[in-house]
Design a protein around this ligand. Structure first.
Ligand SMILES: Nc1nc2c(ncn2[C@@H]2O[C@H](COP(=O)(O)OP(=O)(O)OP(=O)(O)O)[C@@H](O)[C@H]2O)c(=O)[nH]1
Ligand SMILES: [Mg+2]
Length: 632
């Protein structure tokens, strides 16, 4: 069973509502004021089922729109989700202003299928009907409604003439209308909110993609409220689920009518983000009264939502009528939009339709240098190339699969499929949940190698560069940094030990027992102060052989952790630092110091005192004068 949504369009009083009633038996004018004034003010809904020639059933939901020029904004809220349009033109009036405006809107939002219905055929003679038909054919030339691809069907809702032919035409057109993707992520733009006795809060809308089932949890955009689907109705009957293309009513728990309004969107929880910046491709109607200047404020209509917005043209001061351009739309409040969404622009004042276009990107990144080229790919490329560009623009930061889903509206699985080829040819790289462009990753790897090499030059005896220090150099996300290191290690371009990185054959890499010995030596000397043990005794107490122990001592001397005072004596640098402080404190009492005073002050024997004083002389802390030392 196929389900489609059919919209009406056309000038006021041309018989749209009467036609829907003649087809379905349902009066879509539901408001008291509509009945009193005999005009449609807001959207109306009806439904019917038709048997198809192949024995199947076609379920049709109707969205009946108002023709009055003051209610075009309501028309815009209804037209977003339609698969097929009935362009209604009264045979006794022919083409009128809102015939043109509605038709412009249909083309701008990309409606592909439809039928032109010449209503009130009973009110004119055959000759007039022929003239009107000619006029209308001329009007439709070169458009999606051009006959014979899309038929023109004269009907009378009063007498019923032509209705059967119209039903057959609807079935034929519906066969060409592509089914919306019920496996995609669900989005329901809300067009009505009300309470129903015994049910509570109900919202309706045309489900533009995916499936919504009973008991599902949904997120309301842009407010972020969570709601639960208590019940689903399709075409006035309870259903387990609504699928894309169906007029859908949901009974919701978790929100009152005050929490919800037309223009909001329901979607799966924690999947999308609202945005205030949208990059688009837009066109200005040839009939627009003036060029669209950069930074113009307009009315922006998308799905069931409308808002004022500012249009920032890309690299242009203005756009001439009939022209197309890339632009950034700035919204005053966040909204859930996705690439591919069609929108309509209406002049701020007086309010008339001037253009429209397609959303390309809902997550612009600051200062993207190749924005124009990027938008070209977004507006014309296939999924794989669009994804590649989206990953490339994140450079070393990479981008998570979750973010790609939010940016594109595509499911995780479809993104993975679209990227499989690029990943296998290494154009893209996947590290767990993060995707990185292959070129960005190689340049990062080169950069990291260079940083490590630089480190070796500056710290010739250091065992390696700390991972964290390198990370600061990288300016990459944690995932991308780790992926780059992993690859470098696998390719034997770098070596890794604990937290230290080095180029192969460079730096000094210590094994665990060596590290342990190094620590032990440091500790012994730090603890000993000036009363140091003999070095050979310390080394003999280690687990490692003499040669390796000696290598560690050399390292400790090179990086000045240990300081050699004489051939036999080695001190920890903190002990010597402390000694210098004692000497300068002694200077307050006396400007000289002799061996006896030195021994008293430090508590060391002559065996240590003489080499230490000679060391201090060399360091120009003291100066030998006879048997004593002058403190400098
Ligand atoms: N003679 C005749 N009158 C019709 C026909 N269809 C509609 N009408 C009349 O035309 C008037 C307007 O019809 P509606 O169906 O309300 O027109 P509409 O296009 O829905 O008008 P809006 O929704 O306000 O734009 C009504 O008085 C209808 O009875 C028809 O086929 N023949
Ligand atoms: Mg009407």
């Amino acid at each position: 069973m196929k389900s489609i949504t059919v919209g009406t369009a056309g000038h006021i009083d041309h018989g749209k509502t009467a036609l829907v009633k003649a087809l379905t038996g349902i009066d879509a004018d539901r408001l008291e004021e509509e009945k009193r004034r005999g005009i449609t003010i807001d959207l109306g809904f009806a439904h019917m089922a038709l048997s198809t020639p192949d024995g199947g059933t076609l379920q049709i939901g109707f969205v009946d729109v108002p023709g009055h020029e003051r209610f075009v904004r309501n028309m815009l809220a209804g037209v977003g989700g339609i698969d097929l349009v009935l362009l209604v033109i009264a045979a006794d009036e022919s083409i009128k202003p809102q015939t043109r405006e509605h038709f412009d809107i249909l083309r701008l939002i990309g409606v592909q299928h439809g039928i032109t219905v010449l209503t009130k055929s009973d009110a004119v003679d055959a000759e007039t009907l022929d003239v009107v038909r000619l006029e209308v054919e001329e009007f439709l030339r070169g458009t999606f409604l051009e006959p014979p691809k899309a038929p023109i069907v004269p009907v009378s809702s009063l007498t019923g003439v032509g209705l059967d032919e119209l039903k057959r035409a609807i079935i034929a057109a519906a066969a060409h209308a592509e089914s919306r993707d019920s496996k995609a992520l669900a989005r329901l733009p809300i067009d009505r909110v009300f309470t129903m006795k015994g049910f509570g809060t109900v919202v309706t809308g045309t489900l533009i993609s995916g499936t919504i089932g009973r008991e599902e949890e949904l997120e309301v955009f842009p407010t972020g409220r969570r709601v639960r689907v208590r019940g689903v109705q399709v075409h006035g009957k309870a259903a387990d689920a609504a699928v894309a293309g169906q007029r859908t009513a949901l009974n919701l728990a978790g929100a009152t009518t005050e929490d919800l309004s037309r223009g909001m969107m329901l979607a799966p929880v924690s999947t999308f983000e609202s945005t205030r910046r949208v990059d688009v491709r837009l066109g200005l109607l040839a009939s627009a009264p003036r060029p669209l200047k950069n930074r113009t404020r307009v009315h922006f209509h998308c799905n069931t939502m409308e808002t004022v917005a500012e249009i920032a043209l890309q690299n242009a001061k203005e756009l001439a009528p009939g022209g197309e351009a890339f632009a950034r739309v700035k919204l005053p409040a966040p909204a859930l939009l996705l690439p591919g969404d069609r929108f309509i622009l209406r002049q701020f004042s007086p309010v008339i339709t001037i253009g429209g276009g397609t959303v390309l990107d809902v997550a612009p990144v600051p200062r993207q240098t190749d924005l124009g080229e990027f938008m070209e790919v977004l507006s014309g490329g296939d999924r794989a190339s669009i994804l590649r560009r989206r990953i490339q623009r994140r450079s070393r930061a990479g981008v998570s699969l979750t973010r790609l889903v939010a940016e594109t509206g595509w499911t995780r699985a479809s993104i993975e499929t679209a990227l499989a080829a690029a990943i296998s040819t290494k154009q893209m790289h996947r590290a767990d949940e993060t995707l990185i462009d292959g070129v960005a990753l190689s340049s990062l790897k080169t950069h990291l190698q260079a940083a490590i090499s630089q480190f070796h030059k500056k710290n010739s005896l250091a065992p390696g560069m700390a991972k964290e220090e390198l990370r600061e150099h990288a300016r990459a996300s944690a995932e991308v940094f780790t992926a780059a290191l992993d690859q470098l290690v696998r390719e034997r371009m770098i070596e890794i030990s604990g937290d230290l990185l080095r180029l192969p054959g460079q730096g000094v890499m210590m094994k665990d027992e060596e590290l342990e010995s190094k620590k032990k030596i440091e500790e012994v000397f730090a603890f000993a102060g000036l009363k140091v043990p003999a070095l050979y005794e310390v080394l003999a107490g280690l687990k490692i052989d003499k040669a390796r122990a000696q290598k560690i001592v050399t390292l400790l001397l090179r990086d000045k952790t240990l300081i050699k005072v004489s051939d036999e004596l080695v001190f920890h640098h903190t002990a010597l630092h402390q000694l210098r402080r004692q000497i300068s404190a002694h200077k307050a009492k006396s400007s000289t110091i002799d061996v006896a005073a030195f021994k008293d002050m430090t508590g060391v024997s002559r065996k240590y005192a003489i080499p230490l004083l000679e060391y201090l002389d060399r360091e120009r802390v003291t100066k030998r004068v006879g048997d004593a030392r002058q403190i400098l």
